[in-house]
Design a protein around this ligand. Structure first.
Ligand code: ZN
Ligand code: ZN
Length: 674
């Protein structure tokens, strides 16, 4: 009878922080309580939003030494045995009467650090979710065998401080940042990496300096390949024995072993992908994120926190330094600079001019006069020449936005998109001399005929990286061509002439940098229907262009008048971010506003809106029907009301949960609204 033991609804959060968990009707035989601090405050792992707060339990004498703050326990809750974490121990409960005793201590290992418990509370509030959900992301599942083994001891730190500071010499403001950091301060900076920068080395240097001065670091990167580079850079600077790599892909035993080394304080530098942002590093001094605009930093599980926000919240709560680096600058990072929260670490103009020359080919009137085919040619003569010139010096990178061979097809005569006769999915040609096939159901269509005009010829309006590689191979017959994208990503290429065709994010690293970088089909990247399209396009281009060798050229094929391409040519990610921020502000979009979506069946979404205590200036857009999810509304408020909106949405979830109403999905600051 779960209902009878549910805590009464008048104890909703906001009214009282903790309530007494009721003793079950058939009480176990009484056991003497712990002599010291017989009360344990426990966060119970429950998906129910209205129960998302600590509850007090009695600590039996037999568990006095093991039910330590941070330990995993089993408790009886609403008639069920549930998992929980002890968040604190105390002499007394705020509540009179007897408390239910803890059932059992799963492990005395303190895996939930007080700072992480506090972080979880802050993030649950910001994202209108529950602490349980945040903790599921923050604390990896227990692996009992691993827990029995001791963690390797911390090695003595040997850092060459001069070398570590010299790594940052390109950035005039870095000296002050590092001095403040090593002096135990909490400087905050948004770092615009210069083209060709060996950024893993710089991040590793900052972490090494921090460690040499007695503090730990958390460094978060978007993906496995960035992680491998950062891992190597740290090993190069500090040797093994100071850092761990935290990644969900490592497997449960390894992941837990690395996590424990951090929780036990024998490793104080953590590098990892988004979940590493929660690592319970002792004496945390620095949090850093690379390329915070990459959507891999956004957690797809509730409450959908973004690694940047997790780290910034930590910087705030734990008083640490913060560093947001990238070749590009996100609008959110720009907001931190504009508000004065963070300083800028940017290379001087002269360094930029020395390191890279960027140009746009194919659309200016001058170029059209010189090369009339530029408007239709995918590879204008200027690009062909740039590739040829680059190949005399080393590898040339060609970025193309789409994977595959010919990922989209259309009728050659009337341009109607070619669709599958079975399921209406898009037809594509997966490789050379292969018939078209459906990208959804796989049906091969040997005898396609246009549904609109009956014509049998197909054209490929969009060309993938493999077809591009084939075309370039024909244009430069004696040059090796490497293709990287999708499930065949190449990690690195040697320092000799070759053409490397890659999709965004799959660009191999060239040891000495690329002799030239070509960005094809920029129109395609700019045509995605999303509020971040331009920002994302520039981020992708700068990510590729950032891999240049000193003094190399970048050439993009596209419309030279487009602001994103102009920002590339001037290498001005900051100016572009300022412009984007202004446009977002005008359109009432984040980060100038806080925006949330409520998704679910039509009735529950409507109810949720009624329950929502709207802060001043709230705008409601919708509801609109969405595929597979019923309906959705967008709620937004000016930035000053951001916290109020998050709290109000959290309250909606608690009210709905307490009344056992159908769930709605609430997402605060979603990455995109499609
Ligand atoms: Zn046709
Ligand atoms: Zn099909």
């Amino acid at each position: 009878m779960a209902d009878r033991t549910d805590p009464p609804t008048e104890t909703l959060p906001g009214l009282r922080e903790t309530v007494r968990a009721r003793r079950p009707r058939r009480a176990p035989p009484p056991e003497p309580p712990a002599e010291v601090d017989p009360v344990a405050r426990v966060l119970v792992d429950s998906p129910l939003a209205h129960l998302d707060r600590p509850f007090d339990y009695a600590v039996p004498a037999s568990m006095a030494a093991t039910a330590v703050p941070g330990a995993r326990v089993k408790v009886r809750f609403a008639g069920k045995a549930l998992d929980g974490f002890v968040v604190s121990r105390s002499a007394e409960s705020d509540h009179t009467g007897s408390l239910t005793p803890l059932r059992r201590v799963v492990s005395a290992e303190p895996v939930l650090a007080p700072a992480v418990a506090e972080l979880a509370a802050a993030l649950a509030e910001r994202y209108a979710g529950t602490r349980s959900d945040v903790l599921r992301l923050a604390v990896p599942p227990r692996h009992a065998t691993t827990e029995k083994a001791a963690s390797p001891a911390e090695e003595p730190v040997e850092v060459d401080p001069t070398a570590a500071r010299t790594a940052w010499a390109t950035y005039p403001a870095a000296d002050a940042f590092l001095a403040h950091l090593t002096g135990g301060g909490s400087p905050r900076a948004v770092w615009s990496a210069a083209p060709g920068e060996d950024w893993p080395h710089l991040l590793a240097s900052a972490a090494a300096l921090t460690l040499a001065h007695g503090r730990g670091s958390v460094l978060v990167v978007p993906d496995r390949r960035d992680l491998a580079r950062l891992d190597a850079a740290l090993t190069g600077l500090l040797g093994r024995g100071h850092h761990v790599v935290l990644t969900a892909g490592a497997g449960p035993a390894r992941r837990y072993r690395e996590f424990l080394a951090v929780a036990r304080g024998t490793r104080r530098i953590v590098v990892g992908t988004r979940a590493a942002a929660f690592a319970p590093v002792h004496d945390l001094g620095l949090v850093a994120i690379w390329d915070d605009g990459d959507d891999l930093h956004a957690e797809p599980r509730a409450p959908y926190p973004h690694a940047r926000e997790v780290l910034l919240t930590r910087a705030h709560l734990e008083g640490t330094a913060a560093l947001l680096g990238g070749f590009a600058r996100s609008v959110e990072a720009e907001q931190l600079v504009a508000s004065g929260w963070a300083h800028e670490l940017s290379p001087p103009r002269a360094v930029l001019r020395e390191r890279v020359t960027a140009a746009v080919a194919g659309a200016t009137d001058v170029e059209l006069d010189r090369d009339p085919l530029a408007r239709v040619a995918r590879l204008p003569k200027q690009v062909h020449d740039a590739v040829g010139a680059g190949l005399e010096r080393g590898p040339v990178l060609v970025q193309t936005p789409r994977r595959g061979y010919a990922p989209a097809l259309a009728c050659e005569r009337c341009r109607t998109p070619a669709r599958c006769a079975v399921c209406t999915g898009p037809l594509a040609v997966p490789g050379p001399a292969v018939p078209p096939a459906c990208r959804w159901c796989g049906t091969v269509d040997e005898a396609w005929a246009c549904a609109a005009c009956g014509h049998r010829g197909l054209r490929a309006p969009v060309v993938g990286e493999r077809r591009t590689a084939e075309e370039l191979g024909r244009a430069f017959p004696s040059t090796p061509v490497v293709s990287s994208g999708g499930d065949h990503v190449v990690e690195a290429v040697p320092d000799r002439p070759s053409i490397v065709v890659a999709t965004p994010g799959a660009e191999p690293v060239a040891a000495g940098g690329y002799a030239a970088v070509v960005l094809l089909d920029t129109w395609l990247t700019l045509s995605r229907p999303d509020l971040r399209t331009d920002e994302e396009a520039l981020r992708r281009w700068l990510g590729a262009a950032g891999l240049v060798a000193p003094g190399a050229g970048v050439i993009a094929v596209g419309d030279a008048a487009h602001p994103a391409l102009q920002a590339l040519v001037r290498w001005d990610p900051a100016g572009f971010a300022r412009r984007e921020a202004a446009a977002r502000s005008e359109a009432h979009l984040p980060p100038a506003s806080r925006l949330a979506t409520i998704t679910g069946d039509h009735g529950p979404v409507d109810d949720a809106l009624t329950l929502l205590d709207r802060p001043p200036g709230t705008e409601v857009l919708g509801p609109v029907p969405v595929d597979h999810a019923g309906s959705r509304v967008v709620v937004r408020v000016p930035r000053a009301q951001a916290t109020a909106l998050s709290r109000a949405l959290g309250e909606v979830q608690r009210l709905r949960s307490a009344r056992k109403l159908d769930p709605v999905r609430i997402q605060v600051d979603p990455l995109s609204i499609t």
